[in-house]
Ligand binder design. Structure first.
Ligand code: UDP
Length: 266
C-alpha cells in the first residue's frame, strides 16, 4: 500500500490528501492541548469519539440546510471531507458566560448572557488567536462582508439547532467554536462549515448537575475527560450499550469534588 501524503498536522487532527481531487481525509488524534498549546496531553479514545460526534452533528446540520465539508466517515478515526480554504477566523458562539469572556469582562461563570453573543478570533497560534472585530476582519480582508454575513447567520442557525439537540439529552450548550472554509467552483466560492464540532471545541454542561462534559475537564485538571466525552456520545445515541455496560449510566461523581465554581444544580 502506498503511503498517503500528509498535508498538515494540527493539534488534534492530521489532514491527508483524499482519494479524489478536492477531497481531504481528516484523521482525529487523541492529543489534547490547552492554553495555546502550553498544556499538552492525551485523552484516550478522544479521536474515535470526536470523529463520531462530529459526523453526527455535521450530518444533522446538513439536514437543516447548513452546507458542510463532511462527505462520509471512513473508519474509527478518519472522515472524508471536501477540501476548502479555511477562513482564518474562529467564530465563537456564547449562550452562557464561561472561559475567556469571564476573565475579559469580569463575568461570573454560569451567568446566562442577555442574548447569544458571537465573537471572532483571528486564527494565529503565535498571537494566541486574538479577539478581533468585524472592522478588523474587513480592514485586513480576512473575509468579505458577504462571507461575514454567511458565517454569522449560519452560526446562529447552528446554535439554535445545537441548543435543542443538546437540551434534548439534558446538556446545556454553553459556548462553542466554529470554523468555515471557502469551497471553490471556478472563479466563485461559497462559505461552508468546516473543521469539527466535538467536546474539544464546545462547553457542554450537564443540565442537572452542572458537570462539565467537555475539554474543560482537561484544561482544569478535573479528571474524567475520557468518561465525559463518552457520556456525550452515549447520550447522543452513538455508543453501543455494551460500550458502557448494559444500561449503565456513567457516574462522574468521583471527579465532582474537584469541580470548582460550579455548585451542582438542584
Ligand atoms: N475554543 C476552541 N478553540 C480555541 C478557542 C476556543 O475550540 O482555540 C472553544 C472553547 O472550547 C469554548 C469556546 O470556544 O467552547 C470559547 O472559548 P473561550 O474563548 O472561552 O476560550 P478558552 O477559555 O477556551 O481559552
Amino acid at each position: 500500500m502506498t503511503r498517503r501524503r500528509q498535508i498538515y498536522e494540527g493539534k488534534a487532527k492530521i489532514l491527508y490528501e483524499g482519494p479524489e481531487p478536492g477531497t481531504i481525509i481528516q484523521y482525529f488524534k487523541d492529543d489534547a492541548t490547552a492554553f495555546n498549546a502550553e498544556k499538552k496531553g492525551t485523552i484516550n479514545g478522544k479521536g474515535v469519539i470526536n470523529n463520531r460526534i462530529s459526523e453526527h452533528v455535521f450530518t444533522r446540520l446538513s439536514h437543516i440546510g447548513i452546507p458542510t465539508h463532511f462527505i462520509r466517515r471512513l473508519n474509527m478515526r478518519e472522515q472524508l471531507v471536501r477540501q476548502v480554504e479555511i477562513i482564518p477566523i474562529e467564530v465563537i458562539v456564547r449562550n452562557v458566560a464561561a472561559g475567556s469572556i469571564c476573565k475579559r469582562l469580569g463575568l461570573e461563570e454560569g451567568e446566562p448572557l442577555p442574548h447569544t453573543l458571537i465573537e471572532y478570533c483571528f486564527k494565529d497560534d503565535a498571537l494566541g488567536d486574538p479577539l478581533v472585530s468585524e472592522e478588523h476582519i474587513a480592514c485586513f480582508n480576512w473575509a468579505s462582508l458577504e462571507e461575514m454575513q454567511d458565517m454569522s447567520s449560519m452560526a446562529i442557525r447552528i446554535n439554535d439547532f445545537m441548543c435543542g439537540m443538546f437540551a434534548a439529552i439534558d446538556i446545556r450548550l454553553v459556548d462553542f467554536k466554529l470554523e468555515f472554509g471557502r469551497l471553490f467552483d471556478g472563479d466563485f466560492s461559497r462559505v461552508i462549515l468546516a473543521d469539527e464540532i466535538s467536546p474539544d471545541g464546545c462547553r457542554l454542561w450537564d443540565m442537572k448537575s452542572g458537570e462539565k462534559l467537555d475539554k474543560d475537564r482537561f484544561r482544569r485538571d478535573l479528571g474524567g475527560e475520557e468518561d465525559a466525552y463518552r457520556e456525550v456520545a452515549r447520550r447522543l445515541g452513538l455508543m453501543q450499550e455494551e460500550d458502557n455496560g448494559p444500561g449503565e449510566v456513567l457516574d462522574l461523581s468521583s471527579h465532582r469534588s474537584r469541580l470548582r465554581g460550579m455548585p451542582p444544580k438542584k
